[in-house]
Design a protein around this ligand. Structure first.
Ligand code: SF4
Ligand code: SF4
Length: 299
């Protein structure tokens, strides 16, 4: 078996659902699109997105010996819970923090590559990599109007991770777009955050507002945030490509808060909160921010 197929086999054994390969170049249209998005302040307070622009556009500037990217996806889909905290949070936060789960898996692939004298470094949201661009250009899926990567079989409920290597794995084909005339995500977004095809204004997006935003939320938006307190899946829930997706096989992502209501969390002090959400993405939002979101829906 050649090296590429050995990597694919190992990644499948580790539970990754899709594995593909790309070179490291970014096209000019994507650069223009990204700069325009920043110019309009659609990144809101996420100033880190304005940093390392040159590196985002040319990974060789940082990793000049790397030639290829391995792109991996891991399904996290499970149905939305009813009558507990699961109703109020995005399903990506139901179980263990995906950064931790994916990091362990990447390490195994990286060790295998190193044993074969290949230099390799893994990332999951941890470097200025335009991961949606590479996912689309390696055929993992197309970027839907909701800006998420969609695969015909897997839908969009999956995490992306990347491994940069100095071995040339070649390039797969660009994914074709299957949104067609559909605009269900645009129509369903309660805050009007999808301002154009594939363009999200983070200032209006519930995911950003409930996770990263630390200040006040404008009243007109607050009124339309439903009862969401950590993330938002609405533009995924309505997408036709998510109607027949399979359950995740990753046990780390299993829902952990079966008997907990948001109001129960209001009774916790910070230590109890940290214990309850140990290892969860919710812990990253911080006690005060999470409590403020629960207070918002309790009024
Ligand atoms: S995550 Fe929610 S608020 Fe953000 S674009 Fe999708 S539907 Fe709109
Ligand atoms: S809801 Fe429709 S337009 Fe939106 S991402 Fe899915 S297929 Fe594309």
């Amino acid at each position: 078996m050649d090296l590429k197929n050995q990597v694919i086999k190992q990644a499948k054994n580790l539970g990754f659902d899709l594995i593909s390969f790309s070179n490291l170049s970014v096209d000019d249209d994507t650069k223009k699109y990204y700069l325009n998005w920043l110019k309009k302040n659609y990144n809101a307070s996420m100033q880190y997105m304005e940093k390392n622009i040159e590196l985002r556009f040319d990974l060789n500037k940082l990793f000049n010996t790397y030639k290829s990217m391995i792109i991996l996806s891991l399904n996290y889909y499970q149905p939305t819970q009813k009558d507990n905290l699961g109703e109020n949070i995005s399903i990506y936060a139901y179980g263990r923090d995906y950064h931790k789960t994916i990091k362990g898996k990447l390490k195994k692939i990286i060790n295998f590559l190193k044993e074969n004298n290949i230099k390799a470094r893994g990332f999951t949201d941890s470097a200025p990599i335009l991961e949606k661009y590479f996912a689309e250009h390696s055929g993992i899926g197309w970027q839907g109007k909701n800006s998420l990567i969609i695969n015909k079989k897997l839908g969009s409920y999956f995490f992306l991770a990347e491994i940069l290597t100095d071995y040339d794995f070649g390039q797969k084909e660009l994914a074709t777009n299957h949104c067609g005339t559909c605009r269900k995500c645009i129509d369903a977004c309660p805050t009007g955050a999808i301002v154009a095809d594939k363009i999200i204004d983070s200032n209006k997006c519930i995911s950003y507002l409930t996770i990263e935003h630390k200040g006040n939320i404008p009243k007109e938006i607050k009124l339309n945030m439903n009862d969401l307190i950590f993330g938002c899946d609405i533009c995924q829930q309505v997408c036709p490509w998510n109607k027949k997706v399979k359950l995740t096989k990753e046990q780390d992502f299993n829902f952990r808060y079966m008997d907990i209501q948001p109001k129960d969390i209001l009774k916790l002090n910070e230590d109890d909160f940290n214990k309850l959400f140990q290892g969860s993405p919710i812990k990253r939002a911080g006690y005060e921010h999470f409590i403020s979101q629960i207070n918002r829906i309790s009024k």
